[in-house]
Design a protein around this ligand. Structure first.
Ligand SMILES: [Zn+2]
Ligand SMILES: [Zn+2]
Length: 351
């Protein structure tokens, strides 16, 4: 089917300057790519970081958006097994499939990764290119809507892998989640399904309320002395794992102090150097054999397990989607993200 040559997209040509809704050329795709007509795209804190100039991969001018779902509208000449009209999504890391890390199934840290919305134009647009489609595409189950699928690509998928593969959390463990945005709320929901005891911290009372609805046993507004005492009393010897789901550099030391011996601290929220470099003592890390681990998205091949997990536990992912909007409305939500008081994930929907 022939394509129109132009699309509507959210576009900025300067970091920190209000983006505009523009008519832009539809990306011309590589032979190993597909073109996806975007139906839903999450608005993530990483999009805000990118717009602020915190991401070295972004070259101006730029179209943001990295967690999305839609319909294949064109297929590159070398792509086998995928067809126009299929409902698809992708993790936010689009891996090469060939480097040493990909060959070890660690596509989330691919050496030659592409990230639509960072290294190329993203999904705040009618169309987006998915590179190395045969490695990175995931077909949606018939009963999953586009908005839910979009949230899997960054927020939920990242939380799923951070908890299971990085925090190695197990039934009856105690977990502390810092930040109750999309990753935090997803972490709470996943942990609860696994039979893990969860405490959550967020400054925003509305976010704490939503955290409680997603399964947090206790919620805190601070890790001051009172908050720390509460966590220690609740967990006995401290928590088995802590996930920073938002990127708070000043709490790292406090979180390390709340881990029980052999506990694991997992950094998921971005901590760009421009926002200050965290510092903490390694004394306890050595003496108590603690682990400090990063976590970066999820591989496309893990979606099958993740989708089974969601179905098995009937996870109400819609609970963390607290608003939908148009491409035009997304501009205001992107630029005011740190000040927005409504918790949960906002998703751009397109016809
Ligand atoms: Zn690779
Ligand atoms: Zn994201």
């Amino acid at each position: 089917m022939p394509h129109a040559r132009e699309m509507t997209a959210v576009y900025y040509d300067e970091f920190g300057k209000t983006p505009v809704l523009s008519r832009l050329p539809i990306p011309s795709i590589e032979p190993t790519s597909v073109l996806v007509q975007v139906k839903a795209s999450g608005i993530c804190r990483s999009d805000w970081h990118g717009w602020m100039g915190h991401d070295r991969d972004i070259q101006l001018p730029h179209v943001p958006g990295h967690e999305f779902a839609g319909i294949i509208s064109a297929v590159g000449s070398e792509v086998k097994g995928w067809n126009i009209g299929q409902r698809v999504t992708t993790p936010f890391v689009q891996a090469c499939g060939k480097c040493d890390y990909c060959l070890q199934q660690d596509h989330q840290v691919c050496e030659f990764q592409e990230q639509a919305g960072f290294s190329s134009w993203g999904s705040f647009a009618q169309y987006v290119e998915v590179k190395n489609a045969m490695v990175n595409l995931v077909e949606l189950p018939n009963d999953m809507d586009f908005a839910t699928a979009a949230v899997l690509g960054c927020r939920f998928g990242t939380a799923y892998r951070a908890l299971r593969d990085q925090a190695k959390i197990r039934e009856t463990d105690y977990l502390l989640v810092i930040g109750c945005g999309g990753v935090g709320l997803s972490s709470i929901m996943i942990a609860q399904a696994l039979g893990v005891h969860v405490a959550a911290m967020d400054l925003n009372p509305e976010a704490r309320k939503l955290a409680g609805k997603c399964g947090a046993a206790i919620t805190l507004n601070s890790l001051d002395e009172k908050g720390k005492k509460e966590i220690l009393a609740w967990s006995g010897k401290g928590v088995h794992a802590c996930v920073d789901a938002i990127g708070v550099k000043d709490l790292l030391g406090e979180c390390i102090g709340l881990l029980r011996r052999r506990g694991r601290y997992v950094q998921v929220g971005l901590l760009p150097d421009q926002m200050g470099v965290p510092s903490f003592s390694f004394e306890r890390v050595v003496a108590h054999e603690l682990e400090v681990i990063g976590s970066h998205g999820i591989q496309a091949w893990q979606y099958r397990n993740m989708l089974d997990f969601i179905r098995l536990h009937k996870l109400p992912i819609h609970k963390i989607i607290t608003g939908t909007c148009t491409l035009h409305q997304s501009i205001g939500l992107l630029t005011t993200m740190p000040e927005v008081k409504t918790p949960g994930v906002k998703v751009i929907l397109q016809k």
